[in-house]
Design a protein around this ligand. Structure first.
Ligand code: COA
Length: 147
């Protein structure tokens, strides 16, 4: 297996929309990803194995702060370091863009994602009550500062 990370392109969107359906209960649509490819504030990476997209991650660069929209890896590729490769790519990009921080929301029940973010220096700095519209679950706000 030789997995690598590169920027997401319009040509990846169909595959990513499929991956999204597998990974999330409230998936973003193909149209959302196409819109993101036109969004000048958006930065997205994909993890590729043998020409197949097996994961993705991205953020919005809003006034010098990086707001991570999502990180996802196909179930059969998890616990092999792909999520780590994606987060590392986001951190490297954020650094080269001179962002002051990266921030995200994560479900309180999503221990796997919290552990991944903590491994890369994100800290829980607060929470948002009933953040998720499907089931009303609370979110932690996790942030990594570059200052
Ligand atoms: C969260 C997610 C992206 C992690 O991807 P991954 O490729 O499995 O992550 P990695 O293999 O790089 O794991 C890195 C670290 O994260 C933590 N981690 C990952 N999965 C974990 C799990 N199931 N339980 C506990 N810790 C976990 C560990 O600290 C791990 O380091 P280790 O393997 O040295 O113990 C993946 O589980 C996923 O796609 N989940 C569904 C989508 C999602 O919830 N995204 C986050 C939305 S906020």
């Amino acid at each position: 297996m030789s997995i690598f990370i590169r920027k997401m392109t319009v040509g990846d969107v169909k595959q990513i929309a499929q991956l999204e359906k597998i990974c999330f209960t409230v998936p973003w649509s193909e149209k959302s990803f196409n819109d993101e490819m036109q969004n000048k504030l958006a930065v997205y990476f994909v993890a590729v194995d043998d020409e197949k997209c097996i994961g993705y991650a991205g953020f919005w660069n809003i006034s010098g702060e990086g707001d991570i929209t999502n990180v996802a890896v196909l179930p059969k590729y998890r616990r092999e370091g792909v999520g780590s490769m994606l987060i590392s790519a986001l951190i490297k990009e954020a650094t080269s863009l001179n962002l002051v921080l990266l921030t995200l929301e994560v479900r309180k029940s999503n221990i796997a994602a919290q552990k991944l973010y903590e491994k890369y220096g994100f800290e829980k700095i607060g929470e948002r009550k009933r953040y998720y519209s499907d089931d009303g679950e609370d979110a932690y706000i996790m942030t990594k500062s570059f200052l």
